[in-house]
Structures are given as C-alpha cells and as structure tokens.
Write a protein of this length. Structure first.
Length: 270
C-alpha cells in the first residue's frame, strides 16, 4: 500500500521532465471517474512550488487534494506536508477546477492561496492508527465558496452502509484502463469525482472499492487528503490504496473521537 502523494515530489528531475507519478493517457479520471463540473467547489488542490535547477524558473505541480471546511481551514492528510523534500520551496492551495489545461504535468497560472499546514501531533507514531489528518490554515478567508460539512461523530459506525454510495473527489492521477500498470497513468489536471461502494469499516479506517468492473472509481497519486462524501458529508479522506490505483481505497475516518478532537481546534464540529 502506498500513500496517494504524487511520486513526483521524490525527485526534482522527474518534475522538470513533467513525469508526474500518476500519469495516464485518457481523459477520464480521478480514476474511472468523471469531471466534477462544479459539483464540489469546496474541494481544491495543493500546489507544490520548486525551482528549475537549470533555468531558475518557478515550477508549480499538483501535490495533494484538500477540502475547505471553514472559510479559512482546509482539511487534508498529514503525509501531504510532513517530510517533503527540500526541493519543494512552498505549498499553496487553489480552488480552481482546472489546474493544468494543456496537460503537460505542470500547473497553469491558477489562483493560489497561501497558508500554514498543521499536521496531527501523533502522525505516524502508530501502525493501526496513523493519525494521518491535517489542516491548512489559510492566510485569508474564502468567502465566496460554501465550506463542505463534516460528518457527525460515529457516522460510519451505523449499519446499512453497504447499500449506500460514497463519492471520492480529487485532482490526482487519472486512469481509465484497468489492464495497464503504471503505463496507464497520466497526470491529474482537473477536479474529478467517482462513486464507490463500501468494503469495510474499522476503528480508524474505511476501505472503499474502486474496481471499475463493479461500477466503482477511486483515487490515485495526488488525491491524498481529498474527501470521500456520503450523503453530502465528508466522512473520510484519501490516504492510501493499491499501488496501481485500480482495486481499493483505504481512507482515514474524520468521524472518530481522535480525528474530531484534532479538528475541533480549528472548526466548529456538528
């Protein structure tokens, strides 16, 4: 299982070449999904900034996904900000729906919002509960977009969830062919969504199907930190999944006591 953080951040050479991990050849995306078309305007992309060592030019690339949950608070995953390579000089956030119109692997001239990431203090300290949740505190409030509502406590502890549809939203790697491995990847370039069925719920995690043969889509590299909605409420965030992005999503619940305790420092909870 690998994090849904783009592999491109591991090497600046790959970035300059435009070889964003999670690259693919088809226009469909999140994986096996469809364009969001403004349905989730409160979901945005984190943009990493680096300097081209050869030209000195500023390079922008898609890093992770996040959700506006208050006017100045964005929900995401801790691994999106912890341990990033020194080549990344800054991280920004944008709510623009299309971030790479020419699909060259580098982000266009989008509306960038500055802020400060806050990771969970226990992130990565435990294997069965990684506390992989974070917020990005914006320097300026966003007043023209309605924040996404968070699920109340213990939403995912009830029965009957296998009959309901979850929706993943993100900007990451796209894939439309289940037959190819990494050769079937292409850099994410816009906000997309995909419907999913529940596989399992545990104390900290909810695992969702992204198998297109059963009518599901899901997430891939660059979708880390992005939301999974149930009945319009954010119930979990993308954290990891299978390496080829065509089987399962393992997402971190936001309705648990420990997630809510962390989030309560920054937003009013339902």
């Amino acid at each position: 299982m690998r994090s849904r953080l783009p592999l491109v951040v591991a090497t600046l050479t790959a970035l300059v070449a435009g070889l964003v991990a999670g690259t693919q050849t088809s226009a469909q995306a999140i994986t096996f999904g469809v364009p969001d078309e403004g349905e989730h305007p409160n979901v945005g992309s984190f943009i990493g900034e680096s300097i081209d060592p050869e030209t000195g030019d500023t390079l922008l690339f898609q890093l992770c996904t996040g959700t506006l949950i208050a006017e100045d608070v964005v929900l995401s995953a801790s691994h999106c900000f912890a341990g990033l390579p020194d080549s990344i000089t800054a991280v920004h956030f944008t709510l623009d729906e299309v971030i790479d119109a020419d699909r060259d692997g580098l982000v266009d001239d989008v509306d960038l919002l500055s802020g400060t990431p806050v990771t969970h203090p226990l992130y990565g300290h435990r294997a069965n509960n990684t506390y992989d949740i974070a917020v990005f505190l914006l320097d300026a409030a966003v007043t023209d977009v309605e924040p996404a509502p968070l699920a109340p406590a213990h939403t995912l502890d009830r029965t009957g969830l296998r009959d309901e549809t979850f929706t993943a939203v993100g900007y990451g790697t796209v894939r439309s062919s289940i037959r190819q491995g990494p050769q079937g990847f292409e850099a994410g370039w816009r906000r997309e969504k995909a419907d999913q069925e529940l596989l399992s719920v545990t104390k900290a995690w909810v695992t969702l199907s992204m198998n297109p043969s059963t009518g599901n889509g899901g997430t891939c590299y660059g979708d880390s930190g992005g939301p999974h909605f149930l009945n319009g409420l954010v119930v979990s965030i993308t954290v990891t999944g299978d390496a080829m992005c065509k089987a399962t999503d393992k997402t971190y619940r936001v309705d648990t006591p420990w997630a809510r305790q962390f989030l309560s420092q920054f937003v009013e909870l339902p």
